[in-house]
Design a protein around this ligand. Structure first.
Ligand code: PEP
Ligand code: MG
Length: 552
């Protein structure tokens, strides 16, 4: 009965809000009916335990299993489970969770963790920001906060508990606060990646300023007011296409992992989806999604995009993204093992199912297929053979476009061959940085040094960009580097003509690109390639910004 009560509430909540809220309510409904959870709870009940004990034991064992995973996005699902656990326990106790928590004016909510249902139950009118000691930037609550346009900092650590209730704080989610304001702020400030723009190496990082001096506080308030005006203007301007000052067309796309984000992307002014991470659409399954399951989701995303191009990346599974329904053997070195296109070619049935679903999306031609973890041109040709075979089966007139991700140094170094085999290239700078610097992209101690502006990474980007240009193939960047404002002029200077970023970053990126001049970018990129370190490249870009008539 408790599950029924929660089901009815979640259905109501899902129906009352926007697409993000609906999607999260649906994810929670799936947990509520999860066969494993219910089986484990049933076993405890059969052993004589109370329903509450049984439900908690079942959710806790699943949470413990999730927390073992190395992929942050999968780990963060634990929050959702915790949320559904407490809903059911409350319902068992005959209470309904309060759904409208009132807040004082200009409130910053400080907590260890926050559950999606808690966020949506906060009084939006007074909520100015959120600071969490735990959590990560890719959790559902972070996605929701970004969709609600609430600045949020996550992963600030236990020192956050020392902040007394009622203290003045500044949540600087973009790392934009005036340097003077930072200098006058009290110690104890910690930073974390900005939830709104997603994690990207070396990019602006957030900052929490505790008990700042009065003038710093006043400055921050003024800055926040200016930002609001600026962002409203950016959003209005984001609906038109994007050209540099000299008229060079740069397409600004969005990276997506859900249907809700597709809606957000269109509102934000994205001109298409440059990376649909399809592995995230089906992570909660026990069985592989069928062709029809996949078609339904891909078509919904295509519909939300309203005819804009949809670059659908084949499932990048294996390595640190394990799937319940694909028990791969354990890897000694997962980042260097069976992942991406290697897994696809190893399991041709799964590959065919996904390709067929993608190729059936209508109108035909808007879906382009992107291949993760390419190491040579032969892999692109192998996938194209599958696609050709399916094109005949499906009686499609136009062949589907096939793009290669440039994520390994090998693909960048042989980019002229890869570009000949593919229809377009898309640089996955997150992995390209990890593999060229030999630094695990999830390593907390190396986080500051994993910087895509390292000249070694830039050399590889330059090789891919010039190979694409010579072959007449579009070169995009879909890794976090595309949303790093210091990297943008360098990438454009190297010849990149499409940038794909989290939806929330689209409007500001369009503004930045419209202010650039292609020749200035090319000159800056040439100097960046000569630099000794990522820090030197960042300093170069910063200096260029300060020149009269220079990059803005
Ligand atoms: C990348 O590696 O830059 C990329 C876009 O793919 P992912 O982050 O999903 O590995
Ligand atoms: Mg990658």
């Amino acid at each position: 009965r408790a599950r029924e009560v929660v089901r009815a509430r979640l259905t109501r909540v899902g129906a009352a809000g926007g697409a993000t809220r609906r999607e999260i309510a649906e994810a929670h409904l799936a947990f509520l009916d999860d066969p494993v959870l219910n089986e484990v709870a049933g076993e405890h009940i059969a052993a004589g335990k109370s329903a509450g004990f049984a439900w908690r034991a079942a959710t806790r064992s699943s949470i413990a299993a999730l927390e073992q995973l190395t992929d942050a996005r999968l780990r963060e699902r634990a929050d959702d489970l915790l949320d559904i656990e407490s809903h059911v326990l409350m319902a068992l106790a005959g209470e309904a969770r309060p759904m409208n928590l009132s807040l004082p004016q200009n409130a910053i909510v400080v907590a260890d963790e926050m559950l999606p249902s808690e966020l949506v139950s906060l009084d939006r009118a007074n909520l100015k920001g959120i600071a969490l000691s735990g959590g990560g930037p890719t959790s559902h609550v972070a996605i929701l906060a970004a969709a609600m346009d609430v600045p949020m900092l996550a992963g600030l650590g236990p020192a956050l508990r020392e902040v007394p209730t009622g203290e003045r704080v500044i949540v600087d989610a973009n790392g934009e606060a005036d340097v003077a304001a930072r200098a006058t702020a009290n110690a104890g400030a910690t930073s974390s990646p900005n939830a709104g723009t997603g994690p990207h190496p070396g990019a602006n990082s957030g900052l929490l300023l505790i008990a700042p001096a009065a003038d710093a506080f006043a400055k921050a308030e003024q800055h926040a007011a200016t930002l609001l005006v600026q962002r409203a203007a950016d959003r209005r301007a984001a609906q038109s296409d994007c050209r540099t000052r000299d008229g060079t067309r740069i397409e600004i796309f969005a990276n997506l992992g859900s249907i809700a984000e597709a809606d957000a992307a269109v509102i934000a002014g994205a001109e298409g989806c440059g990376l649909l991470r399809t592995e995230f659409l089906f992570i909660d399954r026990d069985r592989p999604p069928s062709e029809e399951d996949q078609l339904e989701v891909y078509q919904a995303i295509a519909n939300a995009l309203g005819g804009r191009p949809l670059v659908l990346r084949l499932m990048d599974v294996g390595g640190d993204k394990p799937l319940n329904y694909l028990p791969l053997p354990p890897e000694e070195n997962p980042a260097l093992g069976l992942r991406g296109v290697r897994t696809a070619l190893r399991y041709p049935d799964l590959l065919r199912t996904q390709l067929r679903a993608a190729m059936r999306v209508t109108p035909h031609g808007i879906v382009r297929i992107l291949l993760p973890m390419i190491t040579d041109a032969a892999e692109v040709r192998a996938i194209r053979n599958f696609a050709n075979e399916l094109q005949m089966q499906l009686s499609l007139r136009v062949p589907v476009e096939i793009g290669a991700m440039i994520e390994t140094p090998a693909a960048a170094l042989t980019a002229r061959h890869v570009a000949a085999a593919a229809d377009f290239l898309s640089i996955g700078s997150n992995d390209l940085t990890q593999y060229s610097l030999a630094m695990d992209r999830g390593h907390p101690e190396l986080a500051r040094r994993i910087d895509a502006l390292h000249p070694a990474v830039l050399e590889l980007v330059a090789l891919a960009a010039s190979a694409g240009e010579r072959a007449g193939k579009l070169v995009a960047v879909c890794g976090g580097m595309a949303a790093d404002s210091a990297a943008v002029p360098v990438l454009i200077g190297l010849g990149v003509r499409e940038l794909s970023v989290v939806p929330a970053a689209v409007p500001a990126l369009k503004r930045q690109v419209r202010d650039l001049d292609i020749r200035e970018c090319a000159a800056l990129a040439a100097r960046a390639l000569e630099a000794e370190s990522a820090a030197d490249v960042r300093a170069l870009v910063a200096r260029a910004k300060n020149l009269p008539g220079g990059l803005r």
